[in-house]
Structures are given as structure tokens and as C-alpha cells.
Design a protein around this ligand. Structure first.
Ligand code: ADP
Ligand code: GN1
Ligand code: MG
Length: 358
């Protein structure tokens, strides 16, 4: 089956290896190697339970690679490779939707930041992505998942999951639910400002976890996983990235004593990110960046929890309590971040107002 699909994109090449690749939670990803070619490819089956309109995703990807990221720069995005008949996507006989992208050569992804340069590079790369997307009109993009980062929507999903308690998991995790419920009120400021249009809507990535970035040697090389690119605000990308960049442990670490907010990684990421975006951010935006890491960690924490209560239908899981483990890591990270708010504000302000040294 996989070989037949590869042929649709690369009819004349001889495949020497195709194997599952990476640790994404949504799509099915394979690395494809070919005889006599140095360059490899990434083949992905798009998760159409999650992405209802894959055509829109492919169109947005194409727009980005043609309109924004079409020049040779040290950083890049993975390019969409059309089928031999010039289609952006292939539909197999069972209705599965496939796409191919160029494999970023000599690249690797990481799940946990262990050195400050990785955090700086991540900030610089996601900031670079945001700055380049500043030329695009968010009205010309559609959200690939409706209300993706809308807190009130995610809270309503959690409430529904609690009420349904489909698989009988709620009684054992009342304290976790309470932790999240206790913070609902104070975190809705950003959504209000977005609705009042005080924070500008832009074209952003919307899924900036650290393994959606590829490194080559000791440099960031490419921003990948463009499925969610579309309307959003800078806080989503800045905050969601720090959720993984400034976590000392894996997203699903069982030993919660290993989970801490890594302030050095936070500082390095912020310096890299703000170095890129400081020329585009507004005064109102500048003020609340410090809330973004907590907001986005919270949002992912409740999404994992909802999926746990719903019986693990959204994210890939490999054991029964996997989503709960992920949610507990987010909870622990939030507690650790909450103790650092004032210092975070200060570092952000310094990074934005730093005068470049020539
Ligand atoms: P998901 O939506 O499931 O997270 P991704 O597009 O992020 O899927 O791909 C999963 C993983 O595959 C990435 O974290 C990365 O390690 C690897 N990967 C994806 N695209 C490429 C690419 N073009 N070049 C090299 N590696 C890639
Ligand atoms: C998913 O696709 P992936 O694994 O890069 C999810 C993100 C979550 C992340 C949590 C489309 O990202 O929103 O933050 O898992 N993507 C989608 O690890 O839901
Ligand atoms: Mg991914």
C-alpha cells in the first residue's frame, strides 16, 4: 500500500526504505528513501478526523511556500511535493488523504530542550516565521480547526467531557479537574482582548511545540507541521512553544519531580523570538506576552484532560493513562510558571527593548 502511494508522487524512483518517523500526535508520518538519491521525502497520511478540510491545508501550505518562503534563507519550511499529475494531495482507494513533503536533509527534531542554544534557536526560528507571515492577510486564511486556541471553546469541551464521563474516569481525578477549574477566570483576559480586536489577528503557526522545528547541527533549519497555520495571535505561538521549550522534562513525563519551568531556556527563547518580532509587535501586545506561556500550557492541559475523559479519541496514546500523564505535566509546569510571573515580565521587556549592538 505505502509503495503504491509513493508511486503516485514519485513514479520513476525506486524506494529502498519507508518507515514510520517522528513523534507527532496527529498524522501518520513516514520517511521515504530512494535508490541513487541523496534527498529523502516525508509521506504523511493526514488525520481527517482532526482536519476536516485537508484541501484547505494544502492550499495554505502552497501559498506559504510560493508567497513567503520562496527565497533561499538559512531557515526554511518543508516544501509540498505534488503528485505526478500535479495534485497537492492524493486520495487512496479507501478515502485516505496523503501528502508528500521534502525531507529537510541532515535534520533532526528534539522533544526536550537540554541546552540554551536550542531554546535561542527555537525562539529565533518561530519569531522568523511570525515576522515573515506578517505580510499575509489573516482574512485570506481559514482556521483548519475551528476555535482551535479559543479558551472558552476548550473549557466548554472539558465541561462536556466531565458531564458525559464516557469511560468512567472522572471520580479518580477530581483534584486535577479542580486545579484547572480554579484558574478559568483569571486566564480569559486574552480572549476578551482578541474579541475586542485590541490584539491584532495575524497569520501564525498555531502549533509551535519544539518537535515542530528541525535542527541541522547547532542551528534551527526548518519550521514544519504547517497544518494549523492561519489566523491567530503571536501569544499562541510564543506561549505554546514555551510550553515545551521551557519544560525540563518530556510532555508525558511520569515522574513529576522532573518537571520544572526552565528559566534559562525561557530567557534564551524569549531573546531569540523577540529579536525577530520586536519590530512588528504593538504596545498592547507587548504588555501581556508574559501570560501566554501559562495560558497555552493551561489550554493544552485541559485538551489532554478532555481527551482522557472522552476515552482517548483525539491524540495518539500508547497506554491507558497517557493523556492524563500529559495533563499532569502541564499542571505541574503551570504551578512552576506561576512562581515566575514577575521575572518573566522583566525578561520579556528587556528582550523587546534591547538596543542592538553593531
Ligand atoms: P504531526 O502533525 O503528527 O505532529 P508532523 O508534521 O509534525 O506531524 O511530523 C511528525 C514528525 O516527523 C516531526 O516532529 C519531525 O520529526 C518529522 N518530520 C515531519 N516533516 C519533516 C520533514 N519535512 N523533514 C524532516 N522531518 C520531518
Ligand atoms: C498536537 O501535531 P502535533 O503532535 O505537532 C496538536 C497540538 C498540541 C500537541 C500537544 C492539530 O501537535 O495542538 O499542542 O499535539 N495538534 C493538533 O503535544 O491538535
Ligand atoms: Mg507535529
Amino acid at each position: 500500500m505505502l509503495h503504491e502511494i509513493i508511486k503516485v508522487f514519485l513514479p520513476y524512483q525506486y524506494v529502498t526504505d519507508v518507515r514510520p518517523f517522528g513523534s507527532g500526535h496527529i498524522n501518520s508520518t513516514y520517511k521515504v528513501e530512494l535508490k541513487g538519491e541523496d534527498s529523502c521525502y516525508i509521506l504523511q497520511k493526514i488525520n481527517t478526523d482532526v482536519f476536516k478540510d485537508p484541501k484547505n491545508i494544502a492550499e495554505a501550505h502552497f501559498k506559504l511556500q510560493n508567497a513567503v518562503f520562496n527565497t533561499t534563507q538559512s531557515l526554511t519550511i518543508a516544501k509540498l511535493i505534488p503528485t505526478a499529475t500535479r495534485l497537492k494531495l492524493h486520495t487512496d482507494t479507501e478515502g485516505g488523504i496523503w501528502r508528500m513533503t521534502s525531507f529537510i536533509s541532515n535534520s533532526y527534531s528534539i522533544d526536550v530542550v537540554t541546552e540554551d542554544w536550542q531554546a535561542f534557536e527555537a525562539g529565533n526560528a518561530f519569531g522568523w516565521f511570525a515576522k515573515n507571515c506578517n505580510k499575509l492577510n489573516p482574512k485570506e486564511f481559514k482556521e483548519s480547526i475551528k476555535d482551535f486556541h479559543r479558551l472558552s471553546f476548550r473549557l466548554s469541551e472539558l465541561k462536556q467531557a466531565i458531564a458525559n464521563d464516557k469511560v468512567g474516569r472522572i471520580s479518580a481525578i477530581k483534584d486535577v479537574v479542580k486545579f484547572y477549574e480554579d484558574r478559568e477566570e483569571e486566564l480569559n483576559e486574552i480572549e476578551k482582548l482578541v474579541d475586542e480586536e485590541k490584539i491584532p489577528l495575524r497569520v501564525v503557526h498555531n502549533d509551535t511545540k519544539i518537535n515542530n522545528l528541525l535542527f541541522r547541527y547547532k542551528k534551527a533549519a526548518a519550521v514544519i507541521d504547517l497544518d494549523t497555520v492561519g489566523p491567530g495571535i503571536l501569544y499562541y505561538d510564543y506561549g505554546d512553544a514555551l510550553r515545551t521549550v521551557a519544560n525540563t522534562a518530556e510532555e508525558d513525563e511520569i515522574d513529576l519531580s522532573k518537571v520544572h519551568f526552565n528559566f534559562d531556556a525561557f530567557t534564551a527563547f524569549t531573546n531569540g523570538y523577540m529579536g525577530q518580532v520586536k519590530t512588528i509587535i504593538t504596545d498592547v501586545e507587548e504588555k501581556l506576552f508574559y501570560q501566554a506561556p501559562i495560558l497555552m500550557t493551561y489550554l493544552m492541559g485541559i485538551r489532554f484532560l478532555s481527551d482522557y475523559l472522552n476515552g482517548d479519541t483525539y491524540y495518539k496514546t500508547i497506554y491507558a493513562n497517557h493523556n492524563l500523564a500529559r495533563s499532569l505535566v502541564q499542571k505541574t509546569l503551570i504551578e512552576s510558571m506561576e512562581n515566575n510571573k514577575e521575572e518573566m515580565k522583566e525578561i520579556i521587556s528587556q528582550a523587546i527593548n534591547k538596543i542592538p549592538v553593531h
